[in-house]
Structures are given as C-alpha cells and as structure tokens.
Design a protein around this ligand. Structure first.
Ligand SMILES: [Zn+2]
Ligand SMILES: [Zn+2]
Length: 309
C-alpha cells in the first residue's frame, strides 16, 4: 500500500488570528515522517487539536520572519523538551531566526536539551537549478524565492521515484536471488540460466507515481515562481485579498485569490489550496469563486482540514 502524503492546515489567517482561523502553520505527513511548515503563534495548540505528534517532526521549514509565521517556535521548542525530546531538530529558515531563538533562550535562562540545527536560506539568487536544501531517501525539498517585504522563501516537497514493485510469485517461480530482485525492481529484465529473457513488465507492477506539494506564502503576484513549482500535485498559495484590492496587495507584498489561481494555472499544478486570508473577510466563498474562475481545481484552505495526494 502506498504511504500517505497528506497536508494538514493548522492556520489560514493572515497577520492576526480571526474567529476560527489561526496563524500560519501546516504539517506535511509523508509516511511516518512529518514536516512542519511555518509556525505562527499557537501552532502547538493545533498539534493537540489535530493529533500531530511532535516526536515525528525532525525538520521545520520557516518561510520568513514575520511574527504570524514564526512566533510559535519558542513554545514548540520548549514543549518538545518538556515531552522528553532528545533527538535533533533541523530548522530551515531565512537568516535571523537563530538569533531570535538564542535571545529568547538566553533571556529566560533556558537551554535546549536536544540539539537544534539552523540552516539559513538566502532567497536572492536561487534558481531552479539549485540543489535541494534538504533530502532524505524518500523526498527532496527545494526553496523558492518569493516576493514579499522581507527575505521570504517557499518550499517544494517532491517524492523521489519509487522502485518498481516486484510480483511476489515471480520470486519463487524464477528463483530470484537478492541481487536479481534489486535489479528487477530498478527496471531490468531477468535472464535465467537457460538464457530465457523475462521482460520487466511481466515481473513488476508500476509503483505509485511520486507526489509533490508546494508552499507559497507570503508573496505578491510573482510569475517567476511558476517554474519552481511546475506540475506539483498540490499547491498552497496565499490569497490574502480579493482582486478589487490588487493594488494594495502588490504594495504590501501579498496576492489576491485570482492571482493565486493565475500562478496555479501557469505552473500547471494539480490542485490549488488558497489561504492566509485577511481578517476583513468573514465569508471566504467570494475568494474561492474568484480563484475558481481562473483555476477550476481550487479549494478553500480551512483550519484543521487535511488534503491528501
Ligand atoms: Zn503572513
Ligand atoms: Zn509576511
């Protein structure tokens, strides 16, 4: 069975919390690994609400240092320690977060019982040719330069292609060795001792296609994002305002719902989730309608909702 690839939204509000909308934070679960993306205030409360285990989080990705995206980090780090965490944590972030965390720890006479490694990302000069900022055996993460008021990056998570699934009955039938199995799973045909060739297609089943997710918040309308997030299955793009506020959005480094949809269309993504809504909008359906007008496969990001690929 294919492992899960599921996004949980912890907060979809911009700048300030609003009724049922908390500040930026989401968790991508790939199999039994969880990646925390942004960490607005109260993120750790949402872990409790949505059953997210912090012990499964080994990497945190922060888009930028506006408070609505990172002021929750202090609570998350100290609670992890309270729960007995000893294994290391890596934090990928534009420059400045390590200084903030260090200053808060110092002022509160606190030191972390588990190692925290900071990896600083400089958005300027990032291209689609850059190496991943993180990779493990299952996936890669690349940074995307966003267009906001301070240094800001998005993140693209792409699964690596899986090996082919071998038909279990073929192992006994053809008496395949460990090396044969490895070769067949990588796509090779099998030749037996009598020289009979068994084509790979007869021996294996297609693996699940690699899945992908991109996070783009906060950013003004920025077409240069498109090649970075090309063809991802799932895109979260901020949609702080409606199109009638496009000029204001541009000025403050945010996007409208329609602009988010334009980016989704340009990049040819599978599905768009919009979020990071201004607190001026109580009813979000008009934002959804505006986006759907340009990109039909758009859904409203809702706090606590899960989106599977
Ligand atoms: Zn924000
Ligand atoms: Zn911001």
């Amino acid at each position: 069975m294919a492992k899960s690839f599921q996004l949980t939204l912890l907060g979809t509000s911009a700048a300030v919390p609003y009724k049922n909308r908390y500040l930026a934070g989401q968790v991508l679960m790939v199999g039994n690994q969880s990646f925390l993306i942004d960490c607005g205030e109260a993120t750790q409360f949402r872990f409790k609400d949505w059953g997210i285990k912090t012990s499964k989080i080994e990497q945190i990705f922060i888009s930028h240092l506006h408070g609505d995206h990172c002021f929750g980090i202090f609570g998350v780090l100290t609670s992890m320690a309270m729960m007995g965490r000893e294994h290391p944590l890596s934090i990928y972030t534009p420059k400045g977060l390590e200084e903030m965390v260090t200053a808060v720890f110092k002022a509160t006479y606190y030191s972390s019982p588990f190692p925290i490694h900071f990896f600083e990302i400089e958005p300027t000069g990032l291209t689609t040719q850059n190496a991943p900022i993180f990779e493990n055996k299952n996936l890669t993460v690349h940074a995307v330069p966003l267009n906001h008021r301070i240094p800001t990056v998005g993140y693209v998570f792409r699964e690596k292609p899986s090996l082919r699934n071998i038909r279990p009955e073929k192992i006994a039938e053809l008496n395949l060795s460990f090396d044969d199995i490895r070769a067949v799973k990588s796509g090779a045909d099998f030749t037996n001792t009598e020289g009979v060739v068994f084509p790979n297609a007869e021996l294996t089943i297609d693996p699940t296609p690699p899945r992908s997710f991109a996070y783009c918040s906060d950013t003004a309308f920025e077409p240069s994002i498109a090649p970075f997030i090309k063809s991802v299955d799932l895109l979260y793009h901020e949609a702080t305002f409606m199109q009638n506020m496009a000029e204001h959005a541009q000025k403050v480094g945010h996007s409208t719902a329609e602009e988010a949809a334009q980016i989704a269309k340009m990049a040819g993504v599978g599905r768009l989730i919009i979020g990071h809504y201004s607190s001026r909008y109580d009813d979000l359906l008009p934002l959804l309608a505006e986006a759907k007008n340009v990109f039909e496969n758009t859904v409203l990001g809702i706090d606590g909702e899960m989106y599977s690929v």
